[in-house]
Design a protein around this ligand. Structure first.
Ligand SMILES: Nc1ncnc2c1ncn2[C@@H]1O[C@H](COP(=O)(O)OP(=O)(O)O)[C@@H](O)[C@H]1O
Ligand code: SF4
Ligand SMILES: [Mg+2]
Length: 303
């Protein structure tokens, strides 16, 4: 096992009137394991807590409760050896790459931070692995296409030979044809042994890339299992909802504001999905049961 996430909870204090603040649960009591060499997709609508989970795994946020263990060690007690083993690819390379640096410098940076030798060679290896030509090393991010820029971000993420990459919506800002190429690249890298946590709001992408899928809603893990089983035979009403309501294909067609709490009142008790659930019943307002069914985890009172 690579990463163990144990009863992870993240609470933000948010405004609830002029002076009052209330607790907002971005993640609630989340348990999740990531195995060596797998691709685990995290899927859910905007606002469901996916990036918060990614940020905690990357140590960019601290959990309110719970732990993340990497090969059995608490990641918050680890030093730089953790950033060598776990890296990240963000959604938009235009904001994640420094526009003033050349591609060669961008990819070299993690090597400098970790005091690596033979840096030029290692940069070239990484550039070759993401199928870019070496001429690109002299260019700056603004001289690249969106797809090329994302490949550069991926080269930077793999240059230290990590065991795990957190990819947060890495294809969401790209055109559909480029998306396919980048997904293919992730698969190639996975075949070389890198595990991925692949975060996406689009369940179609899960079909193409994942081995397992974790569906989250309002910070709660609703369903977890093998991709083939979860997508062919979804048990959770929210997974069924996602499969029946696919997001629009192009970012331009997306609504500017579409986070969960702005559109729906999320109840504090019981199942957060009950105001939208076609199968809800009285008990759902009070409690939410989590069960294991044939190796699948489902948080739903129907089971
Ligand atoms: N720093 C913060 N302060 C208050 N609320 C936050 C903060 N960061 C995220 N949130 C809230 O937590 C929820 C989950 O956000 P996020 O993890 O970014 O979701 P996703 O990536 O699934 O869209 C959202 O409702 C968001 O508004
Ligand atoms: S617990 Fe109830 S409201 Fe929640 S998904 Fe299951 S049936 Fe629907
Ligand atoms: Mg996000």
């Amino acid at each position: 096992m690579l990463l163990e996430i144990k009863n992870l909870t993240k609470v933000y204090k948010v405004k609830a009137g002029f002076f009052r603040k209330k607790n907002f649960y971005a993640l609630k009591d989340l348990f999740l394991n990531i195995y060596k060499g797998e691709i685990l997709a995290i899927v859910g609508e905007s606002g469901s807590g996916k990036s918060t989970l990614g940020k905690i795994i990357l140590r960019l946020e601290k959990p309110t409760e719970g732990k993340v263990l990497f090969r059995g060690k608490d990641i918050f007690t680890m030093g730089k050896e953790y950033t060598r083993k776990v890296s990240v690819v963000f959604q938009d390379p235009r904001t994640s790459l420094n526009p003033r640096m050349k591609v060669g410098e961008i990819v070299e940076e993690p090597l400098i931070v970790h005091g690596e030798k033979n840096r030029k060679e290692k940069v070239k290896e990484a550039i070759a692995k993401v199928n870019l030509p070496f001429e690109i090393l002299e260019r700056k991010p603004l001289q690249l296409s969106g797809g090329q820029a994302q490949r550069v971000a991926i080269a930077r993420a793999i240059v230290l030979n990590p065991e795990l990459i957190i990819a947060d919506e890495p294809t969401a800002s790209l055109d559909v044809s480029i998306q396919e190429e980048i997904l293919k690249l992730f698969k190639e890298l996975n075949q070389k042994g890198i595990a991925f946590i692949f975060i996406t709001h689009d369940i179609r992408v899960v079909e193409k890339i994942a081995h397992r899928v974790a569906v989250i809603y309002s910070g709660i893990l609703m369903e977890l299992g093998k991709k083939s089983e979860v997508l062919k035979n979804p048990l959770h009403p929210y997974t069924k909802f996602l499969l029946n309501n696919l997001p629009v294909k192009h970012p331009r067609e997306r609504k500017p504001v579409d986070t969960l709490e702005e559109e729906y009142e999320i109840p504090e008790k019981g199942c957060p999905f009950y105001p939208r659930c076609p199968e809800s019943f009285e008990e759902c307002k009070k409690t939410l049961r989590r069960v294991e069914i044939n190796g699948r985890t489902v948080a739903c009172n129907l089971y």
